[in-house]
Design a protein around this ligand. Sequence first.
Ligand SMILES: C[S@@+](CC[C@H](N)C(=O)[O-])C[C@H]1O[C@@H](n2cnc3c(N)ncnc32)[C@H](O)[C@@H]1O
Length: 195
Amino acid sequence: MDTTIREFFDARAGRWDQITTHPPERVAAVLDLLGDISAARVLDVGSGTGVLLDSLLERVGPKGEVVALDLSPLMIEASRARHQGPNLLHEMGDFVSWRSSDPFDCIIAYSCFPHFLDPEGFWLSVCANLRSGGLLLVAHIEGRLAIDREHGGAASAISLPLPPVEELAARARSLGMEPVLQKDSDDSYFFLARR
Ligand SMILES: C[S@@+](CC[C@H](N)C(=O)[O-])C[C@H]1O[C@@H](n2cnc3c(N)ncnc32)[C@H](O)[C@@H]1O
């Protein structure tokens, strides 16, 4: 694959937590959308330095498992240094071609969807890695227009414009998934679907 994205995030991994803000109450509200995930097997895709991981581990509990997947080795290294646990696995890889032998109960793409330059590959990987009945959550704690502005308003070598949430719903439906929640407001972009 093109290494531009990996290099972009590798270069920022050391200071990622200083240049981004994820208020704990907003992160909690995002994860609340999944409902009760105790004992669930959860994939945090594009996990970065692991902003979701402690909350996810607490929610899945000792019988659950969390896999943090990112294509940037330095993001994974930073995340490993901050977050450990017997039921936490870190994996380096491109989600588009990554396949788990054991499907997940939930896949979360938090604050990373625009960086999947192959959205079709993203959807096919969701289908391959999410069990029937499992949940996909795509979430940002900013609205679509704000995110697109931050990304320069156009497709680039590291991001695509975030699609209207209705487009995600249409693609999910075409793959046999059932959208459960669609929200695109000034300060949130949430899409939740059940496979
Ligand atoms: C904007 S950062 C967000 C990181 C983290 N979710 C957060 O909110 O702090 C996007 C992350 O997605 C990762 N990423 C981009 N494309 C990816 C892909 N195809 N497979 C796995 N990770 C990817 C990047 O390396 C980066 O760490």
